[in-house]
Write a protein that binds this ligand. Structure first.
Ligand SMILES: [Fe+2]
Ligand SMILES: [Fe+2]
Ligand SMILES: [Fe+2]
Length: 453
């Protein structure tokens, strides 16, 4: 059914998706902006200290760009860049370090974000903005860094970021922005671009900017302001973006490098076997890459802990599918697919989380992701154990099905096609390993070039 030769299944699937893309799909309208906004929110959940940091920086960079007379596209780029600027800081420690008001030159997390986002054709300029978002103005030689042109937008982002860090949310906003402005003024032009500071000064006369900036409702405010620029992603951009985001999720830890890629391929295989309709299957495949999106809200220090988790840490880990749902369901056209992704820890007997669903309340799509997730997780190494053998995997899955945790008919389907499915998983995961190795080697080159010992 999927090709006679072992090892070619993945290629068959890849080309099958490409053909479908060529034929055209009935694909929902998914604004790129909405996807980035939900990413921004979930990465800021990792600590209460980061509350709305990406949203605030995105909003402020957008307003500064507007005041500086950037064209609409430039303003949009600033907003997008602000929404994702620190997503390359993988651990909680790195995220909190980015909150320190100290000045260094290029930050490692800026390069990580640059590397990941430059793969996405929608955002090439944004990835350059991210690269230099901690570079001082004249202290960093302003418009060039080691022969590389530094976009003015990076300086806007830098200013917006530093202002957000100094701004105390509990204080009265109009007074607070003036207090912070005085501190920032002392660092012009050594750290901050004079034109950016001038734009900031002009914004002091617009009270609403600072009320917006301090608002608990900033998500909605940003949505309202950016609504005319709602460019939607096409199916291949959607796939590229979900893959990129899955790298943000998985590349945080060497133990999860291949997880989302493996789960997505196994889920796709099963969805084809159960005859999921073509348009739905495509969206299903894409969204499955994001089933652990909520893990971005979990400190890496907990995810990578080798020893047993405390009850509190365990609760924090259990929150990840909840955050997957909250983030994805904030995109109106993804409300149903958000459930397919987020219900992968629900169990048919009602023993799962976070919704405690039971039996028929769990859709076929969600059941498939649950099976794929467990299957792939059992095959992978974890900080506390090695990947299990085929016999052990079968034994555990069989038990989970008979105990009413996982769907028995899907487990049977998985067992009937185990050779092909496992081969597909391996090929997808080997590919993810190659991507990770390339990512690591580029990071190493970057370190050697800019931070030689
Ligand atoms: Fe940063
Ligand atoms: Fe930041
Ligand atoms: Fe999960």
């Amino acid at each position: 059914m999927f090709g006679d030769e072992r090892g070619c299944c993945f290629l068959v699937f890849s080309s099958f998706l490409e053909e479908e893309l060529d034929e055209g799909l009935d694909f929902p309208a998914i604004p790129l902006f909405d996807l980035l906004l939900c990413l921004a929110e979930v990465v800021d959940l990792v600590s209460p200290r980061l509350f709305d940091h990406h949203l605030k920086v995105g909003y402020l960079a957008y307003r500064l760009g507007e005041a500086m007379g950037f064209p609409e596209r430039g303003q949009e780029q600033l907003l997008f860049a602000g929404l994702i600027h620190d997503s390359g800081a993988f651990s909680l420690k790195e995220r909190l370090e980015a909150l320190e008001f100290e000045f260094s030159n290029l930050h490692y997390h800026a390069f990580v974000a640059h590397l990941l986002f430059k793969e996405f054709s929608f955002l090439p300029e944004i990835s350059r903005i991210l690269l230099f978002h901690h570079l001082p103005w004249e202290g960093g030689k302003g418009s060039y860094w080691q022969g590389d042109r530094v976009p003015l937008e990076s300086h806007v982002l830098h200013f917006a970021d530093r202002l957000s860090i100094l701004f105390k949310a509990d204080n009265e906003p109009l007074e607070e922005v003036r207090r912070v402005g005085e501190i920032l003024r002392e660092h012009v032009p050594e750290i901050f671009h004079p034109e950016v500071f001038e734009a900031f000064s002009s914004l002091l006369a617009r009270d609403y900017v600072w009320f917006d900036f301090s608002s608990r409702d900033l998500h909605r405010i940003i949505l309202e302001n950016a609504s005319p620029q709602k460019k939607c992603v096409n199916p291949s951009d959607f796939l590229a973006l979900v893959k990129l985001v899955s790298h943000l999720i998985d590349f945080r830890s060497p133990f999860t490098v291949t997880h989302s890629a493996g789960v997505a391929q196994v889920a796709l295989f099963l969805s084809k076997l159960v005859g999921l309709e073509k348009n739905k299957r495509f969206l299903f495949f894409g969204i499955t890459f994001l089933h652990d999106l909520g893990k971005l809200a979990i400190p890496l220090e907990i995810l990578e802990k080798a020893g047993p988790l405390t009850q509190k840490e365990h609760n924090i880990v259990r929150s990840h599918p909840y955050y997957t749902y909250r983030a994805l369901a904030s995109v109106p056209s993804l409300r149903v697919p958000a459930r397919w992704a987020a219900e992968h820890h629900e169990r048919l007997n009602g023993g799962g989380y976070p919704f405690g669903l039971k039996g028929e309340e769990i859709s076929l799509e969600s059941r498939i992701v649950a099976v794929a997730d467990v299957f792939v997780a059992l095959c992978e190494d974890r900080p506390y154990r090695k990947g299990l053998s085929r016999a052990e995997v079968k034994e555990i899955l069989g038990r989970l099905a008979s105990e009413g945790n996982l769907d028995e008919s899907l487990i049977s389907l998985l067992f009937e096609n185990l050779d092909e499915i496992d081969e597909t998983r391996k090929i997808a995961q080997e590919e993810a390993v190659r991507e990770y190795q390339m990512f690591r080697s580029r990071l190493k080159d970057f370190r050697n070039k800019f931070f030689p010992k």
